[in-house]
Each structure stands twice: as C-alpha cells, then as structure tokens.
Design a protein around this ligand. Structure first.
Ligand SMILES: [Zn+2]
Length: 396
C-alpha cells in the first residue's frame, strides 16, 4: 500500500510507467527500505535494481527472486510490485529466523516489464540475458517522443550512489511471485499456483485494401468494400481458432476503418491478431493458417498479413516447479498446477537458469486495472512459500 502511493490514481489504481518520475520515486523508496534493512543495492546499465543478502560463500552464484515495479497506465497495486516486495520480505524473514545460506540471495526489480510506455515489454530481463541488445532499446520512443536512452539516463542519475552491476552474471535459480491475473485459483479455492510454464504467442498485423467510393452512386456489385472483406476474415479466423478445450486464445484488439465517413465505402481496414497457446505445435499450426484464411475471405479486396511478434511457449524447470508444490504442501497451503496466460520476466530467466513462478489468487481474475486486488493472507502465503524455497535453493 505504501508503494502504491507512487503513481497513485484517484480511482485507487496505479500509474507508475517505466522510467517515469513516478517509477523513479518508487524505486527510491524501495532502495531506502532495502538499505534500512542493511542490504546492499546495485543497478545494471538497463536500470535493473538488485538487492543482495550475502551468503557464506561469496563466490557462489546467487539465487534470484523478484519481479517489476512499473505498472500499466491504468494498472493496479499488485502486478509486479508483489513479487519485488515479497522478495524483500523473504530476505527479512531469513534474517529474523537466523537462517544462514551458502549462496547469496538477491532480489531484482526488472526495468519496464509492462511495455506500455516503451515497447517491447520485459525490457530489463531480456537485455539482462542478452536476448535483446542495449542498442536495440535505447532508440525506442514513447508516445511523446521521449527516448529510452534519456529516460534511462534520468533514472540512473536519480540513484547516483548505486554501484553499477554487470549484466548476465550466472544465477543458480530464479523464482518469481506474482498475482495470477486470471480467475483459475479463485474459482478452484486454491491459495498457491504452481506455475508450469508460460504460453507462447504470435501477433499479426492485417491490412485490407479495397476501393473508396461514393456510397450512393456505386452499385454494390462494383464496390470493393474493405470493411466487409475484413468482417469475413474475422469470421473465418474465429472458425479457424475453434478449440474444444478452450486453451487457445484469440483476440482482435485493434480494428481501424478508413476513411471513416458515413457515405464513403471503406477503402482500407487495419486490424491486429493476438493468439496464444502453451503447445508450440498447436500455436504454429494455427498461426501458419492465418494468412491463407484471410486471403480466402478477401473477395475482391487485397490483403497483407504480417507477423509482428512471436515468442515460443516456455516450460519452467521441473525440479523448481516440484519444489513450489512440495513447499506449499509442507506449509499446509492448498495448491494446484497451472500455466501462465500472461508473459513475465521469468520467461526470459528460464532461458538461462532453472526458473519457476508462484501465483496467488487475485479477485475475480482482474488485473491491469485499478480494481486489481489480492488479500493480505494470500500474498503472505505466497511469500512464505518463496522464503522457504529461497532458503532451500540457496543451500544447495
Ligand atoms: Zn507483472
């Protein structure tokens, strides 16, 4: 609740977009809390913040936990912030109980997970592991034309005393706490989600070109109506994406009609496709049929289909996933396995070290919204599982 004051919205939500003044102030508060507890903070060149609790072997690779402090413009209090603060709470719990670990335990706040102000999202974690280069992100601009390079320089300059950390240092294991952002745990009455992986997704941009014409003078048989062609494509795609198990996700989130005049036959339509599935074979097969499906429905119009983004499904490390389950059982917390519908920094970390996620329920599955809510009891339960796992993993 204290962190949610940074970027607080009148409707109870949070607007703490990446590298904004609100994000910078929230980071400063987080650093203060860490330093008050005696933990050393550091930052890498992309602004990822690290907090370290030393182990007995200073040369051992650390166990890492964390999430992100940035939010959507109309975000809530819990998405990301929970995972970072759970990490700090877990460090304090290790101190309070006098647990000594061989490996250091570190908490990270990744830069720009949300990708709402600057695209792409998961910027901090993808640059950290080398999947994206610094040179690929520094030139990205927000809607107002502000460069990542400038916003990042401001963010780093606001904490001038932090030691600069190298990127891609070896990590023994990564565990991320997060609200589920879906309704499954709540509906099942479970407290802990044992996250088995993150579904892959594909994005497409579809441009339909017809012919603008006077709506009154042009006979319908002679019209090349881009909207009617696009509507046929949407219906055909909806049929293509039928899935009895209701696992496949398919969304057309943007649909633009030009010129947008009541008495002009639409000459151009642009729409987007977002499709997701945990099985690469299913995802690839349906994605491969998108262009042909649009062409077949185009009629007298022309269509261009461009794949704009693709990320494969991620399966988390079996041993770390099992450890989430065992720990929840040992603590007497009801749990279930489930996949993540949303992308997370853990998806990038899984490429370089054994990784897993712990989900807790969020009310009605609502997130990316001011109404986002999770109970203190559930957040505490997730944090207990995390603290227990960190102690275990850091002594292996
Ligand atoms: Zn998040």
């Amino acid at each position: 609740m204290d962190l949610a004051q940074f970027g607080a919205r009148p409707d109870g939500g949070v607007n703490r977009q990446a590298l904004s003044p609100e994000d910078i102030a929230g980071r400063a508060q987080f650093i203060t809390w860490c330093e008050e507890q005696g933990y050393a903070c550091s930052s890498d060149a992309v602004g990822n913040l690290f907090v370290r609790r030393a182990g007995t072997d200073p040369y051992a690779d650390p166990v890492l936990t964390g999430s992100h402090l940035d939010s959507q413009p109309t975000g809530g209090k819990f998405d990301g912030a929970f995972g970072v603060l759970a990490g700090l709470e877990a460090l304090q719990a290790l101190d309070d109980t006098g647990i000594i670990t061989r490996r250091p335990v570190e908490v990270v706040a990744w830069t720009n997970e949300e990708g709402s102000r600057f695209q792409p999202g998961c910027m901090g974690s993808s640059v950290f592991i080398g999947a994206t280069g610094m040179e690929d992100i520094l030139g990205c601009r927000d809607r107002d034309g502000v460069l990542v390079a400038d916003a990042l320089a401001q963010t780093l300059a606001a904490a001038p005393n932090l030691p600069r950390r190298s990127m891609a240092f070896p990590i023994a294991a990564y565990v991320e706490c997060h609200i589920e952002q879906g309704p499954i745990l709540e509906q099942a009455g479970k407290t802990i989600g044992i996250v088995t992986g993150i579904q892959g997704y594909r994005w497409f941009a579809v441009e339909v070109r017809g012919q603008e014409a006077h709506s009154g003078t042009t006979p319908r048989r002679a019209q090349k109506d881009a909207l009617k062609a696009a509507s046929a494509m949407v219906n055909a795609l909806e049929t293509l994406m039928i899935d009895e198990s209701d696992t496949l996700r398919f969304t057309i989130g943007r649909f633009e009609v030009e010129p947008g005049s009541p008495n002009v036959v639409p000459g151009r339509v642009f729409f987007t496709i977002d499709m997701r599935h945990p099985d690469q074979a299913v995802l690839a097969a349906r994605a491969a049929a998108v262009e042909a499906t649009c062409r077949a429905a185009a009629g007298t119009c022309e269509v261009t289909v461009t794949q704009t983004f693709a990320t494969p499904p991620i399966a988390f490390d079996g041993a770390v996933v099992d450890l989430v389950a065992e720990t929840a059982d040992r603590l007497g917390l009801p749990s279930m396995r489930l996949g993540s519908g949303a992308g997370h920094d853990a998806g990038y970390m899984a490429r370089v070290c054994p990784s897993a996620m712990i989900f807790v329920p969020c009310e009605k599955g609502i997130s990316h919204h001011p109404a986002e809510f999770a109970t203190s009891a559930d957040l505490a339960a997730g944090t207990r599982v995390l603290a227990d796992m960190l102690a275990d993993l850091a002594n292996r």
